[in-house]
Structure formats: C-alpha cells, structure tokens
Write a protein that binds this ligand. Structure first.
Ligand SMILES: NC(=O)c1ccc[n+]([C@@H]2O[C@H](COP(=O)([O-])OP(=O)(O)OC[C@H]3O[C@@H](n4cnc5c(N)ncnc54)[C@H](OP(=O)(O)O)[C@@H]3O)[C@@H](O)[C@H]2O)c1
Length: 266
C-alpha cells in the first residue's frame, strides 16, 4: 500500500526497527503513511529502510547503540534535524539475557539495563517534552508479558520490562492533559531472534514452536497506540488469557512456572 505524498500522516520514530517486532511496526507505520526515523545497529536496518521507502515514506535510518547515552542523543538529533514535528514514537528496542544469575556477566546485565530501562527514560524525556509542546502525539513502549511475573533465568530482563510497563502507565497519566497518549505493548513469546540472541536456544522458551506471530503482535500494538489504549497484550487468545491469570496467581507460583521454561536444559 503506497500513500501519496500529499496524504502523509506525519513523522514516526521507531527504535529496534532492524528486526523482529520493530521491523513489522516500521512497515506498518510506512503503510499507514508515516515518514520514519528508524534505528538499529545491524546492516539489516538499511533493508528495512528500503522496504519502507517502497511504501512511499521518507526514511532516516540511524545506526546507534542505545545502551549508550550518546547513541540516544544521536537518534534524537536526527529527529530534530528533520525539522518536522514528531507525531509517533515507538520505543521498542530491547533484549534479554538467559541463564543462571550466578553465571551471567554483570557488565552485560548493566548494558541490558542501559538499553531496556535507561534508554527508554532518556528518549521518552525528549519525546514527551517535544510532544507536550506541540500538544499532540502518540507514544508506544514495548514492554512484555514478562512484566507480569518474576522471570528466573532471565532475572534482570523481566524486571526491566516491568519498569517500562509502569513507566508507560505513569507517563500516560501525566501527558493526558497535554493531549499525548502513551500505550504499552506486552507481547507474549513471539517468533523473532529474541530468545536466540538471549542465549536461550537450550530452554523450553527457545525451543517453543508455538510462538506468537510478530506480524500480529505488531499489528495489535500499532492499533492500540492509534486508538490511545493504555496497554495491549500482544499475541493470541492463549497469551491474553495467561496475562489475565497472572493478575491472580501468587508471584512464587509464577516464578516456578517461568523457571521451568527458562532454565537451560543440560
Ligand atoms: N520476541 C519475544 O518473545 C518478546 C516477548 C516480549 C517482549 N519482547 C520485546 O520486544 C522488543 C523487540 O524484540 P524482538 O522480539 O523484536 O527481538 P529482536 O528481533 O532481537 O529485535 C530487537 C531489536 O532491538 C535492537 N537492539 C538490540 N540491542 C540494541 C542496542 N544495544 N542498541 C540499539 N538497538 C538494539 C535490535 O537491533 P540490531 O539487531 O540491529 O542490533 C533489533 O532491532 C524488545 O523490547 C523485547 O523486550 C519480545
């Protein structure tokens, strides 16, 4: 679907657009007529940018490590250099680290917090002030179903997603009076490179064949953001029912269940 230049919807920023859910979100935004600033680190970002241009979008692609403060600043400088109001910000880049907390590398975990937590707050600061100033905007923050339970063997990841979930809900309330909406996307296990990159191939999660479709998860997140919902659980009916059950189950019980799926198999 190509939108004519005169009917463009505005400018959208999408982090973590080089693969997985973020790639699908970028393509959706392009098909909905947005011009884009897309970020990632790998060469795949250029291919995604090209696909989006084929939908008629103007695209600025920024290669930046968002675990580093300079990377976040470079992304924001690119947004500002477009000289356009930012209408949509999708803060999606993130990763996990699997394995026993006794064995995992501390610097790697601090880097994960830099990406999953600090970069979201950092970028949201710029985005919120900009959107509040123009009295309009939509923000989508990718959290996770992991925000709703303890996540042993991904012990730093789940809490990092719980942080951004409550951050999104808090920011939403503050920005309401400025006509800016904030939506959280909580995907269940989804068919991306995520578990492989987290070193979790040798776990029930990594081997799980029945993952949610990244196309469907992105579609649900994008639709929820456009309609201004506070959050959406991304995935199939089973995933949505799990999210409801998690409201009532005790944390120690959920921890045992998660450990069964995330613990490396010998
Ligand atoms: N897949 C799942 O099961 C699942 C479930 C719940 C929530 N999520 C969330 O969904 C989001 C997207 O993950 P995904 O499943 O689509 O995984 P993915 O395919 O691995 O994509 C992750 C994206 O984040 C980018 N990224 C990773 N580290 C980065 C860094 N240091 N600086 C800048 N960008 C970085 C990657 O860019 P490069 O590849 O270019 O480095 C890539 O574009 C994450 O926030 C994750 O927490 C995923």
């Amino acid at each position: 679907m190509e939108t004519s230049k005169s009917a463009r919807s505005g400018l959208a920023l999408i982090t973590g657009a080089s693969s997985g859910i973020g790639r699908e979100l970028a393509l959706l935004a392009a098909r909905h007529g947005y011009d884009l600033v897309v970020t990632g680190r790998s060469g795949a970002l250029r291919d995604v940018a090209e696909e989006c241009r084929r939908c008629g979008s103007d695209v600025w692609a920024v290669e930046a490590d968002l675990a580093q403060s300079e990377g976040v600043e470079n992304v924001w400088k690119t947004v500002m250099a477009t000289n356009r109001p930012l209408d949509v910000a999708i803060l999606n880049a993130g990763r996990s680290i699997g394995g026993s907390f006794l064995d995992t590398d501390l610097n790697d975990e601090l880097d994960l917090i830099g990406l999953n937590v600090t970069s979201v707050v950092h970028l949201a600061k710029h985005v919120s002030r900009h959107m509040a100033n123009q009295r309009q905007g939509k923000i989508l923050i990718t959290s996770s179903l992991s925000a709703t339970l303890p996540t042993p063997y991904e012990t730093v990841y789940g809490p990092s997603r719980a942080f951004v979930y409550m951050f999104a809900q808090s920011l939403r309330q503050e920005l309401r009076e400025h006509n800016v909406t904030v939506t959280a996307l909580l995907p269940g296990a989804t068919d991306t490179e995520f578990h492989h990159r987290a070193g979790m191939d040798n776990t029930a999660f990594g081997k799980g064949a029945a993952k949610n479709s990244r196309v469907e998860v992105a579609r649900q997140g994008f639709a929820a953001m456009i309609s201004g919902r506070d959050h959406v659980v991304g995935g199939n009916l089973k995933t949505k029912l799990v999210a409801i059950k998690h409201r009532f189950l005790p944390e120690p019980y959920k921890a045992v269940r998660h450990a069964e799926k995330a613990r490396p198999r010998s």
